[in-house]
Design a protein around this ligand. Structure first.
Ligand SMILES: NC(=O)c1ccc[n+]([C@@H]2O[C@H](COP(=O)([O-])OP(=O)(O)OC[C@H]3O[C@@H](n4cnc5c(N)ncnc54)[C@H](OP(=O)(O)O)[C@@H]3O)[C@@H](O)[C@H]2O)c1
Length: 250
């Protein structure tokens, strides 16, 4: 039975991935700050307190779970935060917080589980990136930079880990109907302006869980945002002059 670790499993996409992976019969380790300490929810589900802002705690959690016979076959780096403000409105503390959770915390956990996977000569790291990591939009400079970092890091470790039989996938969704959007923009105006394009977290989770059995390099959702990101990469000036209004919806 595969053991799947899921960060950010207390809410939104992570909670949905946990539910669906559990129904497929995997052993689930749910990680987030909201979980008190470590609690066996049943024989195959354990929820564990872990704050990605605390590197020491991340290391201790990896050691503890490994000692409990719960070393991961798959790690889903899903935890993430966003703050949608212009580059001149966001303060240094907010920018650091975004990078510490989305990038540095993720790197700390990934760096700590890789030796375990290398030892087993197998494993799978699934990174929840974002379409913001493919195509940056206004009022998301820091968030987009953090997700570009996630994708760049993932592309590099994919090369490093291939000889050890460890797969790396990135999942890059567009906006999803989760509490994330309210936290990123408490005014609700961004969520309102993109209401009709919001992805259903159950559908995104389905695609993530499918990756566990069939690893793929990348999943991009929805398909048309992926086409837009590709068009931007080919002709950025032209693309921005045509699609400008869609890139400034925040
Ligand atoms: N929703 C969207 O529009 C959207 C679009 C593209 C990509 N994404 C990405 O999808 C992922 C999941 O987001 P979501 O939409 O499900 O958001 P969400 O509902 O707000 O969930 C975020 C999760 O991250 C965890 N988290 C936050 N800070 C943490 C910390 N310091 N240490 C450990 N865990 C922490 C939270 O748990 P605790 O608070 O309990 O710690 C929570 O479980 C994120 O990486 C996000 O960037 C979201």
């Amino acid at each position: 039975m595969k053991t799947i670790w899921i960060t950010g499993a207390s809410s939104g996409l992570g909670a949905e991935i946990s539910k669906q992976a559990q129904s497929k019969g995997y052993r689930i380790v749910k990680l987030a700050r909201s979980f008190s300490t470590s609690k066996m929810e049943n024989q195959n589900i354990i929820s564990v307190h872990m704050d990605l802002l605390d590197e020491n705690q991340v290391m201790k959690t990896v050691k503890y779970l490994s000692e409990q016979g719960l070393a991961p076959d798959v790690v889903i780096n899903n935890a993430g935060i966003g703050i949608f403000k212009t580059a001149w409105d966001i303060n240094q503390q907010e920018a650091e917080q975004i990078f510490r959770v989305n990038v540095l915390g993720m790197m700390a956990l990934t760096g700590a589980v890789i030796p375990i996977m290398k030892e087993k000569q197998s494993g799978h790291i699934i990174q929840i990136g974002s379409q913001a990591g493919k195509l940056a939009t206004a009022k998301a400079s820091v968030y987009a930079a953090s997700k570009h970092a996630v994708i760049g890091y993932s592309n590099a470790i994919r090369l490093e880990l291939k000889p050890f039989g460890i797969a790396v996938s990135t999942v890059n969704p567009g906006p999803i109907a989760t509490p994330f959007l309210k936290q990123a923009d408490p005014s609700g105006s961004y969520e309102n302006s993109i209401k009709k394009w919001l992805l259903d977290p159950t559908k995104v989770a389905e695609r993530v869980v499918r990756l566990i059995e069939t690893p793929k390099r990348e999943v991009n959702l929805p398909w048309w945002m992926n086409v837009a990101a590709k068009a931007h990469a080919v002709a950025p000036h032209l693309f921005e002059s045509i699609a400008g209004p869609f890139l400034t919806k925040k």
